[in-house]
Write a protein that binds this ligand. Structure first.
Ligand SMILES: C[S@@+](CC[C@H](N)C(=O)[O-])C[C@H]1O[C@@H](n2cnc3c(N)ncnc32)[C@H](O)[C@@H]1O
Length: 221
């Protein structure tokens, strides 16, 4: 686990940016799973193969995915850097256990979660922080547990100063699935499924990748 003293560069700006859009984010995207059948199928496959909860949703935003997990019978913990996302989520979905915190030092116990989900949230980490994030995911996941991540495919970095009329300072990092897989493997994950799809009509026009990976059952034993 990285030192809690280390000031991770740019995370403050990322958190503040999502603070600015938190209310709008829930309003616009809170029901997005209704038009994302593939996402629902992957989350369903994750739940089906998870022996015990809770499931962590890392970079959960306002917690709509965590709430969907809860509605489908598993305990859900939502972790997000943005204090406002956490506040908005707590009001909208009181059944979810929300925790403010950073990917790189997760507010969770070793092996606490039966599975971990991180949808479009590793996209703000600089490349050298990805391996640290996967190490943290390994720490909090039960051995043999599943990890589902999603991100935009590519190698560009799109910067935004404005989002829905709010001032933000955000880099959206597109990622190469091969590089992400290599990084995950370095932390003991075995990728079981790799799926790419184009955007649904209501989504930003990007190609998206989903990786479903399992932590080795004998990890750290
Ligand atoms: C594009 S949103 C995705 C939200 C949600 N997972 C979804 O699919 O709609 C990215 C989220 O990741 C969070 N995030 C970004 N960097 C983070 C970090 N280092 N630790 C925890 N959360 C982070 C942001 O605050 C934001 O809520």
């Amino acid at each position: 686990v990285p030192s809690t003293e280390r000031p991770y560069r740019n995370h403050l700006e990322v958190g503040r940016s999502y603070d600015a859009v938190a209310v709008e984010y829930l309003k616009r995207l809170g029901r997005e799973l209704e038009y994302k059948p593939l996402d629902r199928a992957l989350l369903g496959a994750l739940i089906e193969q998870t022996a015990h909860g809770p499931i962590a949703d890392l970079g959960c935003g306002p917690g709509h995915v965590a709430a969907w997990l809860l509605d489908h019978g598993v305990g859900a913990v939502g972790v997000d850097l943005s204090h406002q996302m956490i506040a908005v989520g707590r009001r909208a979905y009181p059944g979810v256990d929300f925790r403010q915190g950073d990917f790189l030092r997760l507010p969770a116990a070793d092996r606490e979660f039966g599975a971990v989900v991180a949808l479009y949230s590793i996209i703000h980490l600089p490349p050298d922080e990805l391996p640290i994030a996967f190490e943290e995911m390994r720490r909090v996941l039960t051995p043999g547990g599943l990890l589902l991540i999603a991100f935009h495919v590519g190698n560009e970095v799109r910067h935004s100063d404005e989002w829905w009329g709010h001032e933000v300072d955000l880099d959206f990092r597109f990622l190469d699935p091969d590089a992400v897989i290599t990084s995950m493997e370095g932390s003991g994950f075995v990728v079981e499924a790799r799926i790419e799809r184009i955007n649904y009509p209501d989504e930003v026009a990007t190609r998206r990748a989903y990786l479903l990976a399992r932590l080795a059952p004998d990890e750290r034993q």
